[in-house]
Design a protein around this ligand. Structure first.
Ligand code: FAD
Length: 385
């Protein structure tokens, strides 16, 4: 029987694991981390590499380790001056990932890794039984659900149709298998992933890229105001009802936004003619002779050979896989929005903890981010002491 089992080995699962191990709460042989990928942080690394993201949006004090200045100190030792950007010392993706690997190695969490996709979690007396699609079975005293947005990506209606018409020419930026870029190319979406991808492709295929977004660029340095990281806003948040919390989170998150320096880069590339920007909504798609014709609501038409969707994740996080069954079987408390009602230790019921989107009603708008992982790790480790 394991002491702790963590479902999901992304930023959140690995941060919690690193905290449990580095604070000597458990040894690697008392922990299991289950994730469908053979390596930690696989989805994070793949997604950020594909869009060629040079710097994180979050500051250098947001990382996987237990000490606040760990990444900055690591940068001083191992990095170069260009490894931090701007007033908030945003780390380069390269340095951030190197530091992640360093924390993973130092904590020994690789020894606890098991590759598999969890298909069910059941309570039996004083412990949990976890099963994977591959037929493995584990017993654990404590379970942490850190499965992120549950591998659900979002396409607009016409996107599904386009994918059926020519699967090899269409992909979501978070798909495991990506379409090979052949110009002309459309990038659909107006958020940070779309922005990075547009910049990357317009350098590789100048003049052959069109970004289609339903709204003008929304420029904000962070996903949400930094006031949400501390008592300034969180004190008031903790006193709200679950319904008010959900409304507040929706208003506080700068969904589909980009930081100022990306806006400037895009402006510069647009002026040079490296890419085109359509602020419009695609309403119709046709496919003929290896090429899509996308028709926008304004009537404008766009002919492209490759379509990349950077349209984020599906909002129905809670209906995914083993979670829905777990909620029913254990009669777990959820708010009207379907998300868990948890205590201050992020404990949903005895010995069942959550992180990421699932901890949102307790941790607020930053719950899904790297800082959300650090906060979740602090709360969960505090519960185990
Ligand atoms: C392009 C991009 C840039 C971002 N930049 C920043 C930034 O600069 N700063 C910041 O703070 N945040 C940023 N974020 C937001 C956030 O920090 C990341 O999305 C982060 O990766 C979320 O971590 P996670 O562990 O919750 O989810 P994930 O990284 O999605 O990991 C969850 C893991 O759980 C696995 N899983 C799912 N279901 C199961 C199951 N049934 N059984 C076992 N495993 C399962 C998944 O396969 C996955 O490996 C960014 C996000 C993206 C997409």
């Amino acid at each position: 029987m394991y002491e702790w089992l963590i479902a999901g080995g992304g930023i959140h699962g690995c941060t919690i694991a690193a905290h449990l191990l580095k604070q000597n709460i458990i040894r690697p042989d008392q922990l299991k981390i289950i994730d469908p990928h053979p390596e930690p942080l696989a989805e994070w690394k793949e997604r950020t590499a594909f869009i060629d993201m040079p710097y994180l949006r979050s500051p250098g004090v947001h990382h996987l380790d237990i000490k606040p200045f760990s990444l900055k100190q690591y940068g001083k030792r191992a990095g170069t001056e260009t490894d931090f950007y701007g007033a908030y010392s945003r780390p380069s993706l390269y340095l951030f990932n190197e530091h992640c690997d360093h924390v993973i190695q130092e904590s020994g969490l690789r020894e606890s890794w098991h590759t598999g996709l969890i298909s069910s979690a059941m309570r039996e007396k004083d412990h949990w039984i976890i099963e994977t699609e591959q037929g493995d079975r584990f017993h654990t005293k404590n379970l942490v659900v850190a499965t992120g947005v549950n591998r659900r990506i979002f396409f607009p209606e016409w996107g599904y149709l386009a994918k059926r018409m020519a699967p090899s020419q269409v992909s979501h930026v978070f798909d495991d298998k990506k379409a090979a870029p052949v110009g002309p190319i459309a990038v659909i979406g107006g958020g940070i992933s779309a922005a990075h991808l547009t910049i990357k492709l317009s350098k590789q295929y100048p003049g052959q890229v069109t970004q289609v977004t339903r709204h003008a660029y929304r420029v904000h340095d962070f996903d949400s105001d930094p006031g949400w990281l501390g008592p300034k806003y969180m004190d008031g948040f903790s006193r709200l009802s679950a319904q008010e919390k959900r409304r507040t989170i929706q208003q506080a998150r700068h969904k589909g936004s980009i930081p100022a320096e990306l806006n400037q880069k895009l402006h510069h590339l647009r002026k040079k003619g490296s890419y085109h920007l359509y602020i419009d909504k695609i309403s119709h798609v046709e496919y003929k002779n290896n090429q899509f014709t996308l028709t926008a609501q304004s009537g404008k038409q766009l002919e492209v050979k490759t379509v990349y969707f950077a349209t984020g994740f599906a909002p129905d996080v809670m209906s995914a896989g083993f979670l829905a069954d777990l909620i029913k079987r254990e009669n777990l408390q959820c708010a009207h929005c379907g998300f868990p009602l948890v205590n201050q230790h992020l404990e949903w019921c005895d010995h069942l903890f959550v992180s990421g989107p699932l901890a949102e009603l307790e941790l607020g708008p930053s719950s899904r981010n790297v800082i959300g992982a650090m906060k979740a790790a602090d709360r969960i480790t505090a519960a185990s002491c």
